[in-house]
Design a protein around this ligand. Structure first.
Ligand code: RIB
Ligand code: CA
Length: 316
């Protein structure tokens, strides 16, 4: 599977990148960065550091530093640390991002490999929206788009930055709405399933002690993330948000999906909410009428996803 990952490392992004890197079935053609868990400079540096430390040879392309229309929020240091990687004083990268922008790289790569590219977005959707604006025809030429973002209300999960909004969608709601309503095949891997997929400490300890340098790195960066989730949610572990999107691309049978048009609310107290309308429900013509039918994950075999992650990271 030829893959581009659009990301904002970010502790769970870093784990997702390592998962994708070590998964045999993924050919990582490039990594694009977007503001979110840190400033665009921070997340790009973090991506380069991860690539250098773990010999990930994919090119890194820097993307958007701010949302399309709303103001940029300060990075959530209380979740990911001031440096986006749990304040472990990770080495600074020696190399730099390529000169070509993230959006240009996404467009060029999809055009070069028609119907072969899976784009996995695990941050704000700004780069994907800009790529669509630059070259709308990519919507017909991409194989699929998998997004960690949003919440459809399954398993009683509705939001993590407001009662109704998930961070990646809230952070650039206009981009999210453009991406969700474009005529390309999107699967939303939202809080509905990622909050069901908790990496508890005993399994993490097992993985990290068997995964060499990657294990030591994952253990170190995840201390901050684990403390945040244990203090705020009383969980003895943390949700594997971004890893779930990679897992969906690798093993979609581990997820239950539902079809429907999905839109993101762009303003007001519901900003960032993702709302899906089933094609079976009939409403008077309105905002969802012409939106394409997409897929949303509503359930997950969490134990199988965590075991897949474990197998990939600990393979000899
Ligand atoms: O809401 C979870 C998402 O927000 C993840 O992508 C995480 O990395 C943060 O960006
Ligand atoms: Ca992320």
């Amino acid at each position: 599977m030829k893959v581009i990952i659009d990301t904002d490392p970010g502790i769970d992004d870093a784990m997702a990148l390592l998962f994708a890197h070590y998964a045999n079935d993924i050919e990582l053609l490039g990594i694009t960065t977007v503001f979110g868990n840190g400033t665009i400079d921070t997340v790009t540096q973090n991506t380069l550091t991860i690539c250098e430390q773990f010999q990930i040879n994919a090119p890194v392309h820097q993307g958007a530093g701010a949302p399309l229309q709303v103001a940029v929020d300060p990075p959530p240091a209380f979740v990911h640390g001031n440096d986006g990687l749990g304040d472990i004083d990770a080495p600074k990268p020696k190399g730099a991002a390529r000169n070509q922008s993230a959006a240009n790289f996404i467009v060029e790569t999809i055009l070069k490999h028609p119907n072969e590219i899976t784009v996995i977005g695990i941050g704000r959707l700004t780069n994907l929206a800009i790529a669509l604006q630059q070259h709308p025809a990519i919507a017909q030429l991409v194989k699929k788009v998998v997004i960690m973002g949003g919440a459809l209300g399954s398993n009683a999960h509705t939001g993590n930055v407001t009662p109704v909004a998930e961070a990646n969608i809230y952070g650039d709601p206009h981009a999210a709405d453009q991406v969700l309503t474009a005529p390309w095949p999107v699967t939303l891997v939202g809080l509905d399933v990622t909050m069901q997929c908790i990496m508890h400490r005993p399994q993490l300890q097992k993985i990290c002690s068997a995964a060499g340098a990657a294990g030591r790195f994952m253990w170190a960066i995840s201390r901050h993330f684990e403390s945040f989730y244990s203090a705020s949610r009383g969980i003895n572990g943390f949700p594997m948000h971004d890893t779930c999107a990679i897992a969906y691309a690798l093993a979609p049978h581990l997820f239950t999906t539902q079809s429907g048009a999905i839109r993101a609310v762009t303003q007001g107290i519901s900003r960032g909410q993702t709302i899906m309308v089933s094609p079976d429900r009939k409403f008077p013509a309105g905002a969802w009428t012409d939106a394409p039918i997409q897929q949303g994950c509503i359930d997950i075999d969490a134990a199988a996803v965590l075991n897949l992650f474990q197998r990939v990271l600990t393979r000899p």
